[in-house]
Design a protein around this ligand. Structure first.
Ligand code: HSE
Length: 432
């Protein structure tokens, strides 16, 4: 191999950073063949150099000084693996200004600042790789920006948050409590630093927004996404859905219809026979319908150390070979476009699962059905479970025919005034 080694800096050496170092060390020979040159970690930047670490490759300079990366002109690629927006945004800006290309796994940064950072990189003749920012180890950024470019994407249906999927799976299969499973997901390195972002749907919505921007060349902000997390769900919801022939998953969807693009992240009842319903644990799935290719589906580990590091290493190799320089301009272009209108949230049409805790007395069902009926919502089926020991309410599940988010939101205002309904109710869409 005659080419000079590619010298890189790792900024951040947490779960993913140390995973990247392990892969680059363990697979050094095959990575060198694929990259056309050796890949060497020259510097690792950490917050606390005194902290003991399980693993650090030999011969690497460990520093807490970002400027030392900027001043070191042997380093051409910075692999920035820190979370959050600050100081990640400022660091990336400085690296690009200093003429470095960057690889990152930071989806919040790409969601919030991708457009301006891509523009800056393009101006400087640099690139940004971010395969690991969406769906962990699944190569879905490459799919939408390279492999499927002959298609008008019709829909994306995806499970994009490993933590939520892990929680739903463990609750249903092992009867574990929500709180216990969340702690386990944190210990396994799946969850965000603030796990509220996982369970309230924000993490999945940011990833869906990035994918949607690239697949449809149109800007989608979280404000225009119907977003609902798994935090209000009870084990009984998962069990009742199962009895009805569904699995509840945090489903991220963007779909073209006659009125534009409908975009949502919601716990959704998915028919059990569908592949989407069979993705368990921290795995992710992305199912893309293209007008030419039909449906293509990608699944695998959406979180965790080595799966995420696998995607980061792919970006490093793409940079080393020059592939990123070829593909990045189309990403910059897609990030600037705003072509397709996003459908207003209230117009989204689906069937729904409604769950209420209600007083077990005459006329309760009639009162609820009356409100739904007056808002044009037609009932498909009703199921009431007997009062459980220790509870003074019964559980009522109503499946509706097709209706809109808007009709249900209007009905909710009136339902909230009914004294027979206790505690928090749940409304979930049902996928076909
Ligand atoms: N917290 C994320 C998840 C992993 O649970 O899917 C990184 O995106």
């Amino acid at each position: 191999m005659t080419a000079d080694p590619l010298q890189i800096a790792l900024v951040g050496f947490g779960t993913v950073g140390s995973g990247v170092a392990r892969i680059l060390t363990d697979q050094a020979a095959s990575i060198a063949r694929r990259a056309g040159r050796q890949v060497q970690i020259r510097r690792v930047v950490v917050r606390d150099t005194a902290r003991a670490r399980d693993y650090m490759p030999a011969g690497v300079e460990v520093t807490d000084d970002i400027q030392s990366v900027i001043d070191d002109d042997q380093i051409s690629l910075v692999v920035q693996l820190i979370g959050g927006l600050s100081p990640a945004r400022e660091y990336m800006t400085r690296f690009l200004d200093a003429g470095r290309d960057v690889v990152t796994a930071n989806k919040a940064l790409i969601y919030e600042c991708g457009r301006e950072l891509f523009e800056q990189a393009a101006r400087q003749g640099r690139t940004i790789g971010f395969e690991a920012a969406v769906a962990g180890g699944i190569p879905v950024i490459a799919a939408v920006t390279q492999s499927l470019t002959g298609n008008q994407v019709q829909s994306i249906e995806a499970i994009l948050n490993g933590t939520s999927n892990f929680i739903l799976t463990q609750m249903l299969n092992h009867g574990q409590s929500y709180e216990d499973v969340l702690k386990e997901a944190q210990a396994l390195g799946y969850a965000e630093a603030d796990p509220a972002m996982d369970v309230d749907g924000t993490d999945a919505a940011q990833k869906l927004s990035i994918l949607t921007q690239l697949a449809y060349s149109t800007r989608v902000t979280l404000q225009s996404i119907v977003q609902q997390g798994i935090d209000g769900l009870e084990l009984l919801d998962l069990q009742v859905a199962q009895e009805l022939g569904y699995k509840i998953k945090l489903l991220a969807t963007s779909r073209l219809n006659g009125d534009g693009l409908e975009v949502s992240v919601q716990p959704t009842l998915i028919p059990r026979h569908r592949t989407l319903a069979q993705i368990d644990g921290a795995d992710n799935i992305v199912s893309i319908l293209g007008d030419a290719v039909g449906r293509t589906t990608y699944s695998g580990a959406g979180a965790g150390q080595l799966p995420t590091a696998s995607a980061v290493v792919a970006d490093i190799v793409d940079f080393a070979t020059g592939r990123t320089a070829v593909t990045f301009p189309s990403i910059v272009d897609a990030s600037q476009q705003t072509g397709i209108a996003i459908q207003p949230k209230e117009a989204l049409q689906r069937r729904f699962y409604l769950r209420f805790h209600v007083e077990d007395r005459p006329h309760v069902l009639a009162d609820i059905a009356d409100i739904l009926g007056r808002h044009g919502i037609s009932i498909l089926s009703v199921r009431q479970d007997a009062r459980r020991d220790g509870h003074d309410y019964a559980r009522l599940v109503i499946m509706t025919h097709q209706t809109t988010e808007g009709c249900l939101a209007d009905a909710d205002v009136e339902l909230a005034r009914l004294e027979c309904i206790k505690g928090t109710s749940i409304r979930l869409p049902v996928a076909e």
